[in-house]
Design a protein around this ligand. Structure first.
Ligand code: CA2
Length: 148
């Protein structure tokens, strides 16, 4: 089963600052954890990081035609601003699980609302890299249940 993993803006800089909020693992480290989980579950991942909203919109909208069955996504700051990403999520026809390293509800007011989460099947927030691993398990389980 093919799944798309999307990382939003600045997540390519993980591990370089604010470790008290985001931890010290790099994005490559998170991707390695995801690949390990995918191997255990027999999943095939395509992983993309972009700092550009339009690139993320294009990736979401072409995910199904590229053979993906679902999307695991940390939209980063675009979560709090992007109706374009919400519309793409709603249009793509695939289940999207949103993840965040930090607990967005325990931070500044402007981070407590996520537009993108309004189109997601669920959100895992606040567990560091484990948010991604749990999100991947939950997305795969949902797809396997719906297939059966
Ligand atoms: O907690 C999360 O995963 C966030 O999606 C991370 C975003 C933030 O805007 C969201 O409110 C919550 C920030 C991603 C950028 O993080 C960096 C961390 C270290 C160094 C540079 C960027």
């Amino acid at each position: 089963m093919k799944l798309l993993v999307l990382h939003g803006p600045s997540l390519d800089r993980l591990g370089t600052r604010e470790p008290e909020i985001y931890g010290s693992l790099s994005l490559a480290g998170i991707n390695a954890l995801l690949e390990e989980t995918a191997k255990q579950r027999g999943l095939e991942l395509t992983i993309l990081q972009s700092n550009h909203e339009g690139v993320l919109v294009d990736a979401i909208l072409s995910a199904a035609e590229n053979g993906n069955r679902g999307i695991l996504m940390n939209p980063a700051a675009y979560s709090h601003t992007s109706i374009a990403l919400l519309d793409a999520i709603r249009a793509c026809g695939l289940p999207v699980v949103e993840v965040h390293l930090s607990n967005i509800h325990a931070r500044e007011e402007f981070r407590r609302h996520s537009y993108t989460a309004m189109g997601a099947v669920g959100v895992v927030t606040g567990f560091g890299p484990d948010s991604y691993v749990a999100g991947l398990h939950l997305l795969a389980a949902r797809l396997q249940q719906h297939a059966g």
